[in-house]
Design a protein around this ligand. Structure first.
Ligand code: NAD
Length: 286
């Protein structure tokens, strides 16, 4: 409690980012979110009109407050990186200061510092294509949006993170075991994210006393997951084969994230932590 969190990758009330925001709010943190620019309008409108009020409910009955929503596109580090066609795009031209560097500067101007950085975003334009059929640009786009985006966020937010703070990201087991269908370089992007978690834990630990961990989450029917096309099958597979035969709730990932960024996890850094009903431990479908 008394902590301030910036959560990148919240654009509705279905995904892991929203669940993490709720778990942190329930623990008393102040919540700032970064919302992908093309999704910003509908997210803010829905928030304002009360569409999310039911899912804003916290265990004590109060509603989660989001102190501020920042427009963000985590594939651009600074204004100089933004191509003309994106600048001219109506959705992007309607807001400003949404590159990673500018968002970190704005958060600094608004609040001075944060304690918790959450990365809950991914994008792979060719995710439905097998890796063998993935283009160079599709592969690089997946790594840019899903892996480098974390490096960039930590790079720009670290100077305003209070020592003892922590960051967390979300990964998927397709990084280490083959999951046919998780294509377009997304499996590669998650492998990079997990490796970077170890290296960044060392660097951010030494530089700013900041912990860096990632949660390898089981399948959830989020908006992003539905775009991949086989999420219902993965949820069913997990239900049938995991040691714990129950639905995996976003809330359970939210709670694990809240633990990992809290002082209860003060000696845990550089880790990939499975929150998947134990599915990762199985070698044989039964
Ligand atoms: P989600 O749709 O709730 O979250 C993804 C978010 O990323 C969206 O809000 C989207 O707007 C945002 N986004 C995409 N490109 C962006 C960009 N360039 N800049 C800023 N934001 C951008 O879906 P989710 O499944 O909860 O995904 C959150 C994280 O969880 C991702 O890293 C995902 O890979 C991971 N994950 C998901 C599952 C699953 O089954 N859903 C399993 C394991 C890991």
């Amino acid at each position: 409690s008394g902590k301030r969190a910036f959560i990148a990758g919240v654009a509705d009330d279905n995904g892991y980012g929203w669940a993490i925001a709720k778990a942190l709010a329930a623990a008393g943190a102040e919540i700032l979110v970064g919302t992908w620019v093309p999704a910003l309008n509908i997210f803010e409108t829905s928030l304002r009109r009360g569409k999310f009020d039911e899912s804003r409910k916290l265990p004590d009955g109060s509603l989660m407050e989001i102190t501020k929503v920042y427009p963000l596109d985590a594939v651009f580090d600074s204004l100089e990186d933004v191509p003309e066609d994106v600048k001219a795009n109506k959705r992007y031209a309607g807001s400003s200061k949404w590159t990673v560097k500018e968002v970190a500067e704005t958060v600094k101007d608004d609040f001075g510092s944060i304690d918790i950085l959450v990365h809950s975003l991914a994008n792979g334009p060719e995710v439905t294509k097998p890796l063998l059929e993935t283009s160079r640009s599709g592969y690089l786009a997946a790594v840019s949006a899903s892996s480098y985006s974390f490096i960039s966020l930590l790079q720009h937010f670290l100077p305003i993170m209070n020592p003892g703070g922590a960051s967390i990201s979300l990964t998927y087991i397709a990084s280490e075991r083959t999951i046919p269908g998780y294509g377009g370089g997304m499996s590669s992007a998650k492998a990079a994210l997990e490796s970077d978690t170890r290296v960044l834990a060392f660097e951010a630990g030494r530089k700013g006393k900041i912990r860096v961990n990632t949660i390898s989450a089981g399948p959830l029917g989020s908006r992003a997951a539905k775009a991949i096309g086989f999420i219902e099958k993965m949820i069913e597979y997990s239900y049938v084969n995991a040691p714990l035969q129950k639905e995996l709730l976003a809330e359970e990932v939210g709670n694990a994230a809240a633990f990992l960024v809290s002082p209860l996890a003060s000696a845990i850094t550089g880790s990939t932590v499975y929150v998947d009903n134990g599915l990762n431990t199985m070698a044989l479908a039964v």
